[in-house]
Design a protein around this ligand. Structure first.
Ligand code: NAD
Ligand code: ZN
Length: 339
């Protein structure tokens, strides 16, 4: 079968032929129907140590597929069921997993495409049926990226939801795969006013289509513009979906007193937290991926037409080109590989 692999540190991903995997005891074999491309894959491929992952590794941690075969003893799902895969593969036993926070597993979360073989292939192995979320008749191309591009901003928004009261202002920095869903979720879940920022006009146009009240270029004047729009107060909540020094600093500069800055982007940057460097009583938090229950909630929201992931599809052969476009900032919404 075909697979898109990251094979050698520093090289671009390649399309290769590999053996079709067989499900072991308790495992599930999925016939992949779609798999989203995430900027985190770029983070892995630009890290000097591939974040410690063993290579070669099939990429893709946003899987949609159809249950093809159940390994010995695997139960709870029927062959032929269309599903998406919750990618936070925790132990299921520790305190965090018990609380439904498998992304914070104390025994170390693994994920398909981030440490083990992922979904950008004709078939993939899922370690246990409990990762699977049935999607009914949702289009798999639209549903695949619910697993991360929607789940991650959803969990980040839930973490500050009580602060997003009526009359508040929220800033979203970076309207890419995650950010364009964040804007939609903020509009669906809250009464906050959404100000979205990005570096190109086409991303700002997408933000508007997704429901942003105001859009503006992310740059040296953006924080001042937010202060102006809020009568000098500053934003109540700011999400940084880029995560470089420049955007983290911008996020803090946009926040008002008692504000909350949520750092989601994994761009390798951050901000200096200190009594005189952030507005008084500001909270700064990070947010990693999301839970399986929350993924189920997003599937229902997608089925009700409350969120739409903007997609651009690529054949597996063209996925390396898609990663190049993602790298250059030229994907609007989410790139999705379709076997
Ligand atoms: P993406 O490439 O689709 O989107 C990033 C967006 O940021 C693009 O629209 C780009 O134009 C914009 N951008 C770049 N520089 C900017 C700047 N200076 N100011 C404003 N906007 C800027 O990426 P994505 O897949 O949405 O991922 C976003 C980030 O989140 C990545 O760092 C990724 O690794 C990370 N991520 C984190 C988690 C998590 O669990 N916390 C999960 C998935 C992805
Ligand atoms: Zn991701």
């Amino acid at each position: 079968m075909k697979a898109v692999q990251y094979r050698k540190i520093g090289q671009r991903p390649e399309v290769v032929e590999v053996a079709k995997p067989q499900p072991g005891p308790g495992q599930v074999l999925l016939k992949v129907t779609a798999a989203g491309l995430c900027h985190s894959d770029e983070v892995v491929m630009s890290a000097p140590d591939a974040l410690g992952y063993e290579l070669p590794m099939t990429l893709g941690h946003e899987p949609a597929g159809i249950v093809e075969e159940l390994g010995e003893g695997a139960t709870g799902i029927e062959v032929g069921t269309p599903v998406i895969v919750h990618g936070c593969w925790g132990c299921g036993v520790c305190e965090m997993c018990a609380a439904g926070k498998e992304m914070l597993c104390l025994n170390g979360m693994t994920s398909p495409g981030l440490g083990s073989d992922g979904a950008l292939a004709d078939y993939m192995i899922v370690d246990t049926p409990r990762r699977l979320v049935p999607i009914g008749d949702l289009d798999p191309v639209r549903a695949a990226s619910l697993t991360d591009a929607a789940l991650t901003p959803y969990q980040a928004i839930l973490s500050v939801l009580p602060k997003l009261k009526g009359g508040t202002t929220t800033v979203v920095i970076g309207v890419g795969g995650l950010g364009h869903v964040a804007v939609q979720l903020l509009r669906e879940l809250t009464g906050t006013r959404v100000i979205a920022m990005d570096v190109t006009q086409d991303k700002l146009d997408l933000a508007k289509e997704c429901g942003a009240h105001e859009v503006m270029p992310s740059g040296p004047d953006a924080a001042e513009a937010v202060k102006k729009l809020t009568g000098g107060r500053g934003a109540h909540v700011v999400f940084d979906f880029v995560g470089i020094d420049k955007t983290a600093e911008l996020a803090v500069a946009c926040a008002g007193v008692e504000g909350h800055v949520v750092l989601v982007g994994a761009g390798g940057g951050g901000v200096k937290v200190g009594f005189f460097t952030v507005p008084s009583n500001t909270t700064i938090s990070t947010s990693l991926w999301g839970g399986r229950a929350e993924l189920g909630q997003l599937v229902t929201m997608a089925q009700r037409g409350q969120i739409h992931i903007q997609t651009r599809t690529f054949s597996l052969d063209d996925v390396p080109k898609a990663y190049q476009l993602l790298h250059e900032g030229q994907i609007i919404g989410r790139a999705v590989g379709v076997p």
